[in-house]
Design a protein around this ligand. Structure first.
Ligand code: SF4
Length: 186
């Protein structure tokens, strides 16, 4: 037992095997046995949701549970790299403080209440339509205008071409909005 402990002494291993003390000579058997947690997990490819760069991510999952999120070496954008925000997106999904229910604070209320998602979406739709009805300009100075200047839309960086196309159709052609932009341009 004592001799085994002595043989595992990092200084002795460094003297015997060489190295600068940061390689295998400094590893315990337990450290050597460690493997990345995503080894053997299934993988799906995705895009970091944080900004307009759109770095590629590999989403590792096992038995329906998220295991790890790593940079995607096959991404022509990021070639396997993630900045600190993207590298922390595992916590975006798994952190205990993550909100998973809609929170609503009514006008003049001091407390938040939880709402079903369907109800919250209906409330948003009602407010968008009411704002449009209040602010829609059909004509100005005798010219047909058909504009809704009272609402603006700012899209998120991970909206893809098709989603942006539909957003533009809905809000421009459908509602008459003119102020439509995307976070990726900022
Ligand atoms: S990893 Fe960083 S740079 Fe890349 S998309 Fe995410 S936030 Fe942007």
């Amino acid at each position: 037992m004592a001799i085994n402990l002595f043989l595992e002494w990092p200084l002795l291993k460094q003297l015997v095997r060489g190295g600068d003390g940061t390689g295998p000579e400094a590893m315990s058997p337990r450290t050597r046995a460690l493997r990345p947690r995503h080894v053997g997990a299934s993988v799906a490819r995705s895009v970091c949701p944080y900004c307009g760069v759109g770095c590629g991510q590999r989403i590792y999952h096992r038995d329906g549970q998220l295991v790890a999120i790593e940079g995607d070496p096959d991404s022509p954008i990021s070639q396997g790299d993630l900045c600190p925000k993207g590298a922390a997106s595992f916590q975006l999904l798994t952190h205990a403080a993550r909100l998973t229910r809609v929170k609503y604070r009514a006008p003049y209320a001091t407390a938040w209440q939880e709402l079903p998602l369907e109800q919250a979406l209906d409330m948003v739709a009602d407010r968008v339509w009411a704002s449009r009805e209040r602010g829609f300009v059909e004509a100005r100075d005798g010219e047909v205008l058909m504009q809704c200047p009272s609402i603006a839309h700012l899209g998120g960086a991970t909206l893809d071409n098709e989603e942006n196309y539909l957003i533009k159709k809905l809000f421009s052609a459908g509602l008459g909005m003119v102020a439509i932009s995307n976070q990726a341009r900022i």
